[in-house]
Design a protein around this ligand. Structure first.
Ligand code: AMP
Ligand code: ZN
Length: 464
């Protein structure tokens, strides 16, 4: 299995720290608002990486944090006149809902920064003791020049950076490239006691602390979007390696951006769609499939035409799976025939193609191409096949789809929930005397074969 390591700028064979195990740490979102679909890209990509490791038999420890103390959260809290934990808890909940819609598996651990403050204080203290950090007026800075390898991940050199920096040299800092580990409390902000006074941590320290606590001094894979390479990941390396005297991460994986009209989707640029608003237009399964249709290191442009193409592609796969399900009921019982055996060899060759693609730096685009070939083969061969063969093809396609997080089960339950939500909306519309909307919903349900009956016990529904 090969993966591209940002640290060495080449594809490398994956060799875990501990045989059979993989520790993956993915930098998670800052929870001050709904996540946008750009934020969803690393979630989907690295969830797929995790699923593939599990498919290969690895025991995966997947850790992804929530940054729940930050300027943006505090700003939002002040705007709403609530405690900043109200904002962060609300958006953690919403983010989890979006992740569920995208079929992103729960992380083994989802640590929150505010619950790891003690660990951060301990690591900062160690860095001070070792001469890698210093305190000035309640702020603790990391002494970047002391860390020999600073710049190794981003291929930057401190002197060049300093020459190009537009940042004013603060009086406090020994060097303009030093970064904050701890900052003093400002009025109205959340704060914790520390040896340097009341305050709160800088952003970078949380990931060094959480990855050490939940995975170990050396983690197998550290991942995130490519905008995190500098300074965030560079600073994490400086903190962790100075503190632990061990290599921090063996492999660094970074996804490219999700763009709109060639520009990075971001909250600050205002060119974003939240996952929530997109979910009203598309099934989030389509969005997941769309994200995997490109290699994770290639930029991906978000455009309706491309998402529509993904929708059609996904439909083709799901229709084939449905057909196989029907065939399972009608195919002749018994062993595979000679023709089935020959077809099975072709199926196995396509599984190999899928695995080879995934083994090659998680090339999901080629892996999906292999699934499409499998679908084509299935459509031609399964109607003529024995039950054993149909079952084999069905199991194979559904297993590969599962690696990509594509749900192939019938959506009866989801549909039921949708129906119920519409019925509820219709009731509300009637209460509000919005009969046009109530009728519209009845018609919409009828078009989908859902029949409503108004009874004294409430609205009952059944499928036609
Ligand atoms: P943030 O909340 O901005 O720290 O972002 C959370 C994660 O989303 C990080 O891994 C970012 O690198 C990633 N990310 C943010 N915007 C995009 C984008 N447009 N495309 C891909 N990844 C992104
Ligand atoms: Zn991080």
């Amino acid at each position: 299995m090969k993966l591209y390591n940002t640290l060495t700028n080449k594809k490398e064979e994956f060799v875990p720290v501990n045989p059979g195990k993989v520790g993956i740490y993915v930098c998670g979102p800052t929870v001050y608002n709904f996540i946008h679909i750009g934020n969803a890209r690393p979630m989907v990509v690295f969830d797929t990486v995790r699923r593939y490791f599990e498919y290969k038999g690895y025991d995966v420890n997947y850790v992804s944090n929530f940054t729940d103390v930050d300027d943006k959260i505090i700003k939002e809290a002040i705007k709403e006149g609530v405690d900043s934990s109200v904002i962060s808890e609300r958006y953690i909940k919403e983010c989890k809902k979006d992740m569920e819609g995208l079929n992103v598996l729960e992380a083994t651990t989802h640590p929150k920064a505010t619950e790891e403050i003690d660990g951060m204080i301990a690591m900062i203290s160690q860095l001070i003791d070792k001469g890698y950090a210093y305190e000035k007026n309640g702020t603790v800075y990391y002494r970047t020049r002391k860390f020999e390898h600073y710049g190794q991940l981003s291929n930057k050199n401190l002197d060049d950076m300093q020459a190009g920096a537009r940042i004013a040299v603060s009086d406090e800092k020994e060097d303009s490239m030093d970064f904050v580990l701890w900052k003093p409390k400002k009025e109205g902000e959340p704060s914790w006691p520390s040896p340097w006074g009341e305050g709160r941590p800088g952003w970078h320290i949380e990931c060094s602390v959480m990855s050490k606590k939940y995975i170990g001094d050396t983690i197998d894979i550290h991942a995130g979007g490519e905008d995190l390479i500098f300074p965030h990941h560079e600073n994490e390396i400086a903190q962790s390696e100075a503190c632990n005297d061990e290599k921090f991460a063996k492999y660094w994986m970074h996804n490219a951006f999700l763009n709109i009209d060639g520009e990075k989707m971001s909250k600050s640029a205002g060119n974003f769609f939240t996952v929530r608003e997109i979910s009203e237009k598309y099934d989030l399964q389509v969005i997941r499939f769309f994200m995997l249709s490109a290699h994770y290191r290639s930029p991906l442009n978000f455009a309706d035409t491309l998402v529509e193409a993904s929708k059609n592609g996904l439909d083709r796969i799901l229709t084939a799976v449905d057909r196989l399900r029907d065939l399972l009921a009608t195919a002749p019982e018994g062993e595979m025939t000679e023709a089935d055996q020959k077809n099975k060899e072709e199926v196995d060759a396509l599984v190999k193609k899928f695995e080879d693609s995934m083994d090659d730096d998680f090339n999901t685009a080629d892996a999906i191409a292999a699934i499409f070939e499998l679908v084509k083969l299935s459509n031609v061969t399964a109607p003529e096949g024995s039950k054993a063969y149909v079952q084999y093809v069905y199991d194979t396609i559904t297993k590969l789809c599962d690696v990509l997080g594509i749900i192939t089960e019938k959506k009866e339950e989801l549909l039921d929930a949708d129906v119920e939500a519409l019925i509820e909306e219709r009731q509300q519309a009637r209460k509000a005397k919005n009969f046009a909307r109530a009728d519209e919903i009845r018609d919409q349900l009828a078009a989908q074969g859902i029949i409503l009956e108004d009874t004294r016990a409430g609205v009952k529904w059944r499928r036609a």
